[in-house]
Design a binder for this molecule. Structure first.
Ligand SMILES: [Zn+2]
Length: 155
């Protein structure tokens, strides 16, 4: 078995669609970034890549590469899952914390977990998603995410 940890954070950007876990959330602001800024998918992608000992998301998908400008972050996650399967591993479970003062995560939780279960190909019961308030964690306004994954060898 292999464990992986992912962290990411993005500042708010007015007028950009807000994407969290592959779900579009109704909001007057989105997350700044080269891609769609989906902080949750970035953290999960990095956790899976980390568990594999693979290069991280920034190395695989450079923000100086125009191919990834405005790209849906699902592409990054798909690449990580592909690498995981090629290496003979499967995802056992993941545990994520979204750190955000706004929007409230709770009303969107079930939709996001459902989407993650589709993207990751595992049951929702294996996906934990928690929303936490910033409480002074970082100065600028935005959303941060921490995520732990456990991979097991494919039987
Ligand atoms: Zn990111």
């Amino acid at each position: 078995m292999r464990v992986g940890f992912g962290f990411d954070s993005h500042e708010f950007e007015e007028g950009k669609p807000l994407m969290l876990g592959g779900v579009r959330i109704e909001s007057p602001y989105g997350l700044k970034g080269h891609s769609d800024g989906d902080v949750l998918l970035h953290a999960i992608t990095d956790a899976i890549l980390g568990a594999l000992g693979a290069p991280d998301i920034g190395e695989l998908f450079s923000d100086e590469d125009d191919r990834w400008k405005g790209a849906p972050s699902e592409l990054f996650l798909e690449e990580a899952i592909k690498r995981m399967r090629e290496r003979g591993y499967r995802l056992i479970n993941l545990d994520c914390v979204l750190i955000a003062d706004r929007p409230k995560i709770a009303p969107h939780k079930s939709k996001i977990r459902k989407r993650l279960s589709e993207l990751l190909g595992i049951e929702e019961s294996r996906i934990s998603l928690k929303g936490k308030r910033r409480e002074g964690f970082c100065e600028s306004e935005g959303i941060a995410c921490m995520c732990v994954v456990l991979l097991g060898e494919e039987r």
